[in-house]
Design a protein around this ligand. Structure first.
Ligand code: ARG
Length: 285
């Protein structure tokens, strides 16, 4: 399934809401005081207070595009559900803003077009905020700092980006990793091998088809930790600029942008952002 299933708690809330609505439709008022609450309420006491509260208005659902090939930020678990750091962050922020989120697997290469066309309300996909992208889309406040990182076979003599000047490099098409490599080798270099996902680029490195992969540090680090048999090491470069991830929105969608920024600020303030960060990036396990 490409569509993320809501977690159990959300499911049961939805179920309860739907159940309440159908019960209400049958006008079986007596059931309401018992079914709508998690703790039983004595029916006899205070008849006035036992009247059920009106069901909360359904939260607005926003469609979120993400390319779930980017663990630990967005990936699919064994059940095919879209999960990850970005997913948790956006869901938590949206919840603060009274929004419900529906994650839709969206290939990276088509994602910005899908956003511009209104097929997705927002994108969350470890997207680096860049001046160029800001021309065609809006970004939330940054929610994560990253940088590029080089993956090479453990025996490689590469020790900095410049050592890759004449080497074959795998990148994911249309990423900031590609930008870095294009700057190094030139746009038309035949040594730049573009892939539709970062895992495909890393698989090519394992197969010996490229000498290095340049991608976001979190993803490279996660891959190395989870695939020790690949025998890669990572190399940083002093020239790699700090990058900041943001939630992307269609240009001019200021109301939703404000809601998301408010939600992000709220989860930073109340510690839930930190808890999500610890869940995915805590060193000691
Ligand atoms: N941060 C990089 C960029 O914005 C790579 C993001 C790729 N994300 C993904 N889910 N494939 O270009």
């Amino acid at each position: 399934s490409q569509i993320h299933q809501p977690p159990r708690a959300a499911l049961s809330m939805t179920f309860k809401r739907q159940f309440l609505q159908s019960v209400a439709a049958l006008s079986v008022g007596l059931f309401l005081s018992g079914c709508g609450k998690t703790t039983p309420t004595p029916v006899a006491a205070e008849p006035a207070a036992s009247a059920p509260a009106a069901p909360a208005p359904a939260a607005k659902v926003i469609t979120v595009g993400t390319d779930p090939t980017y663990a630990p930020f967005e990936f699919q678990n064994e059940k095919g559900e879209i999960v990850g750091f970005d997913i948790d962050v956006l869901r938590a922020a949206a919840q603060k803003a009274g929004l419900e989120v529906k994650f839709v697997s969206t290939p990276w290469e088509g994602a910005f077009t899908a956003l511009a066309q209104g097929d997705r309300d927002v994108l969350v996909s470890a997207i680096t905020i860049t001046d160029e992208r800001k021309q065609t889309m809006d970004f939330s406040d940054p929610y994560f700092e990253a940088s590029q990182l080089i993956a090479v076979p453990a025996a490689s003599t590469v020790s900095k980006l410049d050592d890759l000047k004449n080497k074959k490099i795998g990148v994911q098409t249309g990423t900031t990793g590609e930008e870095v490599v294009v700057k190094l080798q030139g746009k038309t270099s035949t040594n730049i091998k573009r892939f539709e996902s970062t895992p495909l680029a890393l698989a090519e490195l394992a197969a010996g088809g490229v000498d290095a992969v340049v991608a976001d540090n979190g993803v490279v680090t996660h891959y190395l930790a989870n695939n020790p048999s690949a025998g890669f090491k990572s190399i940083t470069d002093a020239g790699f600029a700090p990058e900041f991830y943001g939630v992307a929105l269609k240009k001019g969608n200021t109301e939703l942008l404000a809601q998301i920024n408010k939600g992000l600020a709220d989860i930073k303030a109340d510690g839930s952002y930190q808890a999500i960060n610890d869940k995915y990036f805590k060193q000691a396990k």
